[in-house]
Design a binder for this molecule. Structure first.
Ligand SMILES: Cc1ncc(COP(=O)(O)O)c(C=O)c1O
Length: 384
């Protein structure tokens, strides 16, 4: 029977407690949300939803074509210029998702004969970028600049080092300055995914590369825009919208326009998503304290969880990860939280490289003290 083999896979998943199911979310969900990636609480902000609505009314429900044909509106151009200026990079290119942006950056910058050095904890979209690229990938230990150096020593041609800035499973940060230093020694490019840094880290949420002094002026180390660093972001987390972008030197962005298949052969980002992201970016520029607040909430959440005896990883941004004893008990724990009115994420194999299951909590900037109390109480009371 066609596809007969998938039934055996489904049974194996069931035995291992790894079945995934969809749960449609009602518009007025009563759950307290510590599961979404809406770090700044902007997805439903009236300025952001109006940005989406106004863009849809003006430009239409869809972009109508790929970016090189009819899919680039003036709105895309505005978003690209404002995003690049905000994060401290020379130019930006918007994609229909962060996933597509990562595939584009890696495949277009790692040609045949090149070396890609990839952190073992990288997000699936970076891993898939490495798999699709023509270069040869060497996976190195997590957050280990010395391992990166050793890998670069083996290469002869062009090389890129690929890393998340904040790792999505445990919320820990990459050693960006050290990675940039090693890359410079070898003349290698650095491609970092700032999906969890944008809007949370750096002055007013300008992102992890800005926080590390790796973005453009006014940082002393880079009076000019950096030539050797490329950053990918998603518009779907802190900016409360949808889509992705690559930021970097103008010549790299021009190269992507000509060579990146997920840019060339994909319909442009929908006007509503573009308008929402632009509105969120402008709001963040006006209210930079939202970024610091997300970091404060994360630190507070971690402190309270640890004080109640739970094993939580100290957060470097807004993701707080709590260890669970097994995949089955992680699923049970998340379900019990849900029954008690709290939505939490649940990460388990194969989404976690080390096989350790966790609850994944997101510290939104708009959580109140009372909501934090409630969340910690529920997580503590339902622990396995
Ligand atoms: C680190 C990281 N990179 C990329 C992505 C993909 O971004 P998008 O959802 O916009 O495709 C995600 C998650 O969604 C992520 O966590």
């Amino acid at each position: 029977m066609a596809f007969g083999w998938i039934d055996e896979q489904a049974r194996a998943r069931g035995r291992a407690g790894l079945v995934r199911t969809l749960r449609p979310r009602p518009a007025d969900s009563p759950l307290l949300d510590l599961a979404s990636n809406d770090y700044l609480g902007l997805a439903r902000h009236p300025e952001v939803t109006e940005g989406a609505a106004e863009a849809a009314r003006r430009w239409g429900g869809g972009a109508t074509g790929s970016r090189l044909v009819t899919g680039t509106t003036e709105l895309h151009d505005e978003l690209e210029r404002e995003l690049a200026a905000f994060c401290g990079f020379e130019a930006a290119l918007v994609f229909s998702s962060g996933y597509a942006a990562n595939l584009a950056a890696i495949t277009a910058l790692a040609p045949h004969g090149s070396l890609i050095v990839s952190d073992a904890g990288n997000h699936a979209s970076l891993i898939d970028g490495c798999r699709l690229a023509r270069g040869t990938t060497q996976v190195v230990g997590h957050a280990d600049p010395e391992a990166v150096r050793k890998a670069l020593e083996t290469g002869g041609g062009p090389a890129v080092v690929v890393s998340d800035t904040v790792f999505s499973v445990d919320g820990d940060a990459a050693p960006l300055s050290e990675l940039a230093q090693v890359c410079r020694e070898f003349g290698a490019g650095l491609v970092v995914d700032d999906a969890h840094g944008l809007g949370v880290l750096g002055d007013g949420g300008r992102g992890a590369p800005y926080a590390a002094g790796l973005a453009g002026a006014p940082h002393a180390e880079y009076p000019e825009y950096p030539e050797d660093i490329v950053v990918t972001v998603t518009l779907s987390k802190s900016l409360g919208s949808q889509g992705g972008a690559v930021l970097g030197p103008a010549r790299v962005i021009d190269h992507l326009v000509n060579a990146a298949r997920t840019f060339i052969f994909d319909t442009g980002l929908a006007p509503a998503a573009t308008g929402a992201a632009l509105a969120a970016l402008r709001l963040l520029r006006r209210e930079p304290e939202r970024a610091a607040r997300a970091r404060e909430v994360a630190a507070e959440l971690h402190a309270r969880l640890t004080a109640s005896g739970l094993e939580a990883v100290r957060p470097d941004a807004a993701v707080v990860s709590v260890r669970a004893p097994s995949p089955e008990r992680a699923v049970r724990w998340a379900a019990d939280c849900r029954t008690a009115g709290l939505a939490v994420g649940c990460f388990r194999p194969p989404s976690v490289p080390d096989g350790i299951s966790r609850l994944r909590l997101t510290a939104r900037a708009d959580l109140t003290g009372g909501q934090l109390d409630r969340a910690v109480r529920v997580i503590g009371e339902t622990r396995p």
